[in-house]
Structures are given as C-alpha cells and as structure tokens.
Design a protein around this ligand. Structure first.
Ligand SMILES: [Zn+2]
Length: 330
C-alpha cells in the first residue's frame, strides 16, 4: 500500500463510518481511550527463531483498492468472512535471528501513513528485546511505503548498522522519478521510495540483487516482479523446515483467496502481479508451504490450501506457553 492510496481509501473509510448503517456493525471497533499493546509472536523454523512484529493496522476501503471485481461482489465476499468494508489490514514485519545476524523482513509504514496508522514496529521490536542498532540486515519485499517506510524516521536512518537488501529493479525504478512520467505510476511512490532508500544508498548500506539466489546460508531471495518491478520472495530454510516471506502477493484474504485473479490498484504490472499470485498460491498449496504475509491478520503466518476454484487461508496454530523441555532435561 502507499500513501496516496492510503489517503484516498482512508478518507473513504471515514465517510463510510460516518454514514454507518446496521450492515457495517461487523467492522472492527476499537474502544475509545484504549491503546492496543504492540504485538510480538515468536516461533521456530528448524533452529531459527522468527518473530512476527506488528507495525499496526489500517482500515481500507476495499472496493477502491481492488480491480477485476465489483463493489457488490466485494461486499458479498466480505460478508461471507463476517467482516465489512472498510476492512482492517494488518501491517506485519518479521525478525529472523540467523546465526549472529538479526534480519528484519520489511520495516512497516514508519511515519508515512500519518499518526495512529502503522509505525509501531520500533515498539514491537523493543518488546521483543531488540534495539534498532542490533539489526544487521533488512530484506525488503519491495519499495512501497508500508514496507520501506520504517527505514527513516524524522529524517534519520533508523537502522544505522543494517545493510538493506532489495531487488535492483525496484531500486532502479523507484529512485528515478523520470519513471513516474514514463509509466504513469503515481509519483508519490518514487518520492517516498527515494526518501527512504537514498540515505542508505549514500551511506553505502544497500545491496541490490538482480538475480534470485542465496543472500545468506539458509536464506534465499527469489525475484517475482509484478506488484513492483523488483518484488522478491525470501525463503528461510533450517533442518528441513521452510518459511516463505511472500510480500504483497495478497492484501485482502476475504477476496483474493477465493478470487486470486483480483488485483490491487497499485500493482505496477497488473497481469504479472495476477500471474505471480496464481502461480504462487498453487505452488504453496501443493507444497504445503508455510508462508508469512505482511497484510494478512497478525501474525500473518500460515498455510494456503486449495478450495474449489480458489484457495483458503489457514493461520498458524497459535501457541502461548513455555517451550517443551529439551531431550537433555529428561
Ligand atoms: Zn506493495
């Protein structure tokens, strides 16, 4: 998601709330005067600890976001999932502790969505006991505001010891505003992308990759252009277990699992984005692959299964207890 889109759909959402009808009762209601606690969820992939970190959530006006469907169809699909427009969309980031590296996958929206919407990643990291200076690497799924927006806060680099890894095609595209004119893609993407990435480029802290392959032992990048030119999946593997970070392959579970052909307005290349989602869902379902998604309800980790002509989402089995005693303790 991006700021212009966000401003657009958020104002729509507020109008929607102001003229709420009984049908809108299913919307998420946050009690007045209450501040949610930052959300942290830890789990393991083989020997590697992974932590899902909530950057917050935003209400979005879904019919404005989606392409290839109708307002009535979206409302019907939302109703089947017991939710209503505006839909609450999570912004998730993930911490991977791989050997002596502390790797962040995406950085949330930072200040780019305005006060109260996103930007809570530092709080979640603090709750997980990690300071921004301890982050050694950042893997960006792509350069959109709600994935790269946490890189710079108040004009300052947030993660001064980190190297940013990103698809070269995204870096080349978003850091050259001439591409806005050439392609007609919204100029805000370029302005925000430049503001977030340029300080790291200038500091020599960006490593752009132009082919799929290993980033570190146990972590590989796979370029999947469509949503953006340099969009990438990242696959973590340890002791026969894998987790794939799938970036913006999916925004709206209630619609895009049953109808993976439905795209979003800011898919930079609509047909490619559609094809990536269709291919990825089929492969993940058939391979029973565990995936992590930035915009599915926190923690955004689970499995995709075939369901008729479409797919269905099964969130990870939630666990909140002490780890089982190790074999040595018996
Ligand atoms: Zn995006």
């Amino acid at each position: 998601m991006t700021r212009p889109f966000f401003a657009n759909v958020l104002s729509g959402a507020l109008i929607c709330i102001a003229s709420a009808t009984a049908a809108a009762a299913a919307q998420t209601t946050i009690p007045r005067g209450v501040r949610q606690t930052p959300a942290v969820y830890r789990f393991s992939i083989g020997d590697v600890q992974v932590t899902a970190l909530s950057d917050g959530s935003v209400p979005i006006d879904l019919p404005k976001l989606l392409r290839g469907t109708s307002h009535a169809e979206v409302d019907a699909m939302l109703a089947r999932s017991f939710i209503a427009n505006p839909m609450e969309v999570s912004i998730n980031a993930f911490l991977v502790e791989l050997g002596n590296r502390r790797i962040l996958v995406d950085t949330g929206a930072g200040d780019l969505f305005g006060p109260g919407n996103g930007g809570r990643l530092p709080e979640a990291l603090a709750l997980a006991g990690i300071g921004p200076d301890q982050i050694t690497d950042i893997l960006l799924s792509h350069i959109h505001a709600d994935h790269s927006g946490g890189l710079v806060r108040g004009g300052k680099i947030m993660f001064r010891n980190a190297t940013v890894h990103v698809g070269k095609a995204d870096l080349d595209f978003f850091l050259d505003t001439a591409n806005a004119t050439k392609t007609g893609y919204d100029i805000h993407h370029f302005e925000q992308g430049t503001a977030m990435l340029k300080p790291y480029v200038d500091a020599g802290k960006v490593r752009a990759f132009d082919r799929s392959g290993e980033i570190f032992p146990g972590l590989t990048a796979e370029l999947r252009p469509g949503h953006t030119p340099g969009a990438a999946f990242y696959t973590l593997s340890s002791r026969g277990s894998t987790l794939v970070f799938i970036g913006d392959t999916i925004h709206a579970a209630a619609v895009q699992f049953p109808r993976p052909d439905v795209t979003v307005t800011f898919d930079q290349n609509q047909p490619k984005a559609r094809a990536v989602r269709q291919q990825a869902f089929a492969a993940f379902a058939d391979g029973r692959t565990l995936v992590a998604a930035p915009h599915l309800a926190f923690p955004g980790v689970g499995h995709i299964a075939r369901d008729g002509a479409g797919y269905r989402w099964f969130p990870i089995d939630y666990a909140n207890r002490a780890a089982a005693p190790s074999a040595a303790a018996h």
